[in-house]
Design a protein around this ligand. Structure first.
Ligand SMILES: [Zn+2]
Ligand SMILES: [Zn+2]
Length: 253
């Protein structure tokens, strides 16, 4: 006899999928793993993604802190393309993010000057400083947007055009539109976009699902804006279903 798989209950998950840590040169010193999880709890978030500039070296620590604090943490990176466009990559598991990081590192040149760009602090899950990353994380890779999104998909992640409403490092600002041949999983609005989102303002955006996230570099900004996913569990496959509105899943901003 074949029994049907138990039907999973859907519920609303409050998500902020774009949070920096103290590893980003522009990330505040207070953005240690423990603080990020504490603030996420205060803000009633269920899911966060750690997306530092061109690196995922603090993702493990935040994931561990999240496990302790009851917040689902997805590992990711905010990758800067050679067109100077920021692309969010978000994964289920750390090895996928680490593989993406290795790919990015091979295409990222230069060394950081902390006095100019800021310190890049690697921390453990208890906020203990382990060291500093010496790469020029704030720099651009020599990878094209399409190459980045393709690699994200090979590794099973989501590729989202970051803060398309912003005047810096956004696909709209740099290219003037979103090319239709880039298989993005979504586009992100920053807290600056405001509530009156008009897709017509963003040429090419109309065919992509929309999320909003904080792009927090300071604890006070975590969860300032968010996306609500109606899903059964905090996984990439469920979020993907929500973005494409399948099996009753959906995303609301
Ligand atoms: Zn950015
Ligand atoms: Zn960012």
């Amino acid at each position: 006899m074949i029994f049907p798989a138990p039907k999973k209950e859907l519920r609303a998950f409050q998500a902020d999928l774009h949070i920096h840590t103290c590893l980003s040169p522009c990330g505040d010193w207070e953005m240690g793993p423990v603080n990020i999880i504490e603030k996420s709890r205060q803000m009633n978030l269920d899911i966060i993604a750690v997306c530092d500039h061109n690196t995922a070296e603090n993702a493990d620590a935040v994931m561990k802190a999240g496990k302790k604090g009851g917040i689902a943490v997805l590992p990711g990176l905010e990758i800067c393309s050679r067109e100077e466009v920021h692309i969010l990559s978000v994964f289920n598991e750390l090895p996928q993010a680490t593989a993406m990081q290795e790919f990015v590192y091979r295409h990222l040149k230069g060394e950081n000057t902390p006095e100019i760009f800021g310190h890049q602090v690697i921390a453990d899950q208890n906020n203990i400083v382990k060291g500093e990353n010496e790469k020029l994380l704030i720099g651009a890779t020599d990878l094209g947007i399409l190459e980045i999104v393709d690699r994200i998909h090979v590794l099973g992640g989501l590729g989202i055009a970051a803060h398309i409403d912003r005047k810096v490092f956004s696909i709209i600002q740099q290219l003037g539109f979103i090319p239709s041949d880039i298989p993005l999983d979504g586009v992100e609005l920053s807290p600056f976009a405001g509530p009156a989102y008009d897709r017509n303002q963003y040429p090419g955006a109309e065919k992509f699902p929309v999320i909003t996230s904080s792009d927090a570099h300071f604890p006070a900004d975590i969860g300032k804006v968010r996306t609500i996913f109606f899903i059964s569990e905090p996984t990439i496959s469920e979020i993907r279903l929500a973005l494409t509105r399948q099996n009753g899943r959906k995303a609301e901003v």
